[in-house]
Design a protein around this ligand. Structure first.
Ligand code: AMP
Ligand code: ZN
Length: 474
């Protein structure tokens, strides 16, 4: 039986008790990446918090099925149907085809997604796989009178809805309405400023690489339609939770609701989970803003990707988080200390199951209470200080790590190997590391590489990290 679970629902603007349609089961849809460039560490923050949501639900006893799309067509440089297609721009930038760009950045995305301890979605579906489903939904929306054809494109008619701005308070609605009125790039075909494109045919992009035949002519889908269709294709007419970053609330999720509920004729998704942004000191991180800081880049600089996850878990998902290398260094220091303390624990007897269940209950309460990840980590420290034996502590570390996914036991094991090695081998390793540092300083990279190989031949792998050279036995 699943326990009480609460989180902030953007639709009701309150922290609500979560009640899925089918007891014990959760159907979840998450907006995937637009694969025209690398996912930055901000995007990855969003996917880490979604992973924590899923694993917290599982910890509370739910079974979760999650679907995610890959946006490989239709997302224009402005979320409001204006500008250039991001995929086409990416292909031009790199002199590749759109599909080559999509494949390359989808792979890069999952490499970083995996590295921070995230579990893959049950189903991942690229938008370009589902064109017939998009066309079908648009046909039904036209039939039902929620859409119209103008200037060759198909638009959703937002004036047909009683409440288009479903996510917004009265004040926010006013601001959004003004914002939409001030939209500089006007599309004369739209009946209402908030109307959005379902299918483009007569667009300004003559060189649009991806085009499909449709009842309205050769063209391509708007951005929002893909999430509604991909969700319904795999999860049916109802979903329990829809996730995204806060920038998705308007217009993307607002438009998803408009078209999905008009198509279905009933409520589509009851709970909307939005996590806040990662900002750098100059403001919001963005893929289109020059140099992109990725998880892979952090790794190249010597940071363990799980240190980045640890950094994210220390703050609440609904608050903006400011990234700096100083803050990440602090997280790295704390993470290493934590790992060392876990490494000191010994398998010293029987696990005390009553202590385990008390702390597990507290941990479940923390993550089930609007994902209080900072509290969950505090509980981990409480366990390490607790008046119980090491075997019980180890059992709890393992248990909490089902949600935290910091790979704590494996890290502790690796750090133990560093200290329990044969003293002669250790002396050799330390000497080799020093010789390599001297060679590197003299820019004698051939010797430095030869020393790395010498160590590898003895079964020792070295890594350059922010905290110096680390080694482990392989
Ligand atoms: P995109 O690839 O731009 O479609 O974004 C992928 C996901 O990252 C979306 O759910 C966005 O809401 C989210 N996102 C975009 N920018 C940030 C940011 N600076 N911090 C956290 N999440 C972000
Ligand atoms: Zn989406």
């Amino acid at each position: 039986m699943a326990a009480n679970f609460k989180f902030y629902n953007t639709l009701s603007r309150t922290v609500e008790d979560f009640v899925p349609r089918t007891e014990g089961e959760v159907s979840m849809y998450t907006c995937g990446p637009t694969v025209y460039h690398y996912a930055h560490i901000g995007n990855i923050r969003t996917y880490i918090m979604q992973d924590v949501l899923i694993k917290s639900l599982e910890y509370a006893g739910y079974k979760v099925k999650r679907v995610m799309n890959i946006t490989d067509v239709g997302h224009l440089s402005s979320d409001a149907d204006t500008g250039e297609d991001k995929m086409v721009a990416g292909a031009k930038r790199e002199h590749k085809t759109v599909m080559e760009i999509a494949k390359f950045y989808t792979d890069a995305f999952f490499k970083d997604f995996d590295a921070v301890g995230n579990k893959r979605p049950d189903i991942v579906e690229p938008a370009t796989n589902c064109i017939p489903e998009f066309i079908h939904m648009i046909e039904v929306l036209l039939e039902k009178g929620y859409a119209y054809v103008a200037g060759g494109n198909v638009y959703f008619d937002t004036s047909k809805l009683d409440d288009y701005y479903v996510f917004s308070s009265a004040v926010e609605k006013e601001q959004l309405e003004v914002g939409v009125r001030d939209d500089v790039e006007e599309d004369a075909n739209k009946k209402n400023k908030t109307d959005f494109v379902l299918w483009f045919t007569k667009s300004k992009f003559e060189d649009q690489a991806l085009k499909w035949d449709s009842p309205w002519g050769v063209g391509y889908p708007g951005w929002h339609i893909e999430c509604s269709c991909i969700s319904m294709k795999h999860l049916g007419e109802f979903i329990d939770i829809h996730c995204g970053g806060v920038d998705n609330i308007f217009p993307h999720h607002t438009n998803e609701i408009a078209q999905s509920e008009s198509y279905l004729g009933h409520e589509w998704c009851k709970y909307w989970f939005h996590s806040n942004h990662l900002n750098d000191q100059s403001g919001k991180m963005s893929k289109s803003k020059g140099a992109i800081l990725t998880v892979s880049l952090l790794k190249e600089k010597g940071y363990d990707p799980l240190v980045y996850r640890f950094f994210c878990l220390q703050s609440h998902y609904r608050k903006p988080l400011v990234f700096s290398f100083e803050a990440l260094d602090q997280a790295a220091g704390a993470f290493n200390k934590l790992v060392k303390r876990i490494a000191e624990l010994k398998e010293d007897g029987a696990v005390d199951t009553s202590v385990v269940s008390k702390y597990e209950d507290d941990f479940r309460d923390a993550v089930s209470g609007d994902l209080n990840t900072a509290m969950a980590i505090t509980l981990l420290y409480d366990v390490l200080k607790a008046d119980t034996n090491d075997a019980t502590k180890l059992a709890l570390v393992e248990s909490f790590d089902k949600v935290l996914s910091l790979d704590l036991i494996a890290h502790a094991k690796a750090s133990k190997e560093e200290v329990s090695v044969d003293p002669e081998l250790e002396a050799f390793i330390l000497d080799a590391i020093e010789r390599r540092a001297t060679a590197k300083k003299a820019k004698d990279f051939a010797t430095a590489d030869a020393i790395r190989q010498e160590l590898l031949d003895k079964g020792v792998e070295i890594k350059d990290t922010r905290e110096g050279v680390k080694w482990n036995l392989i």
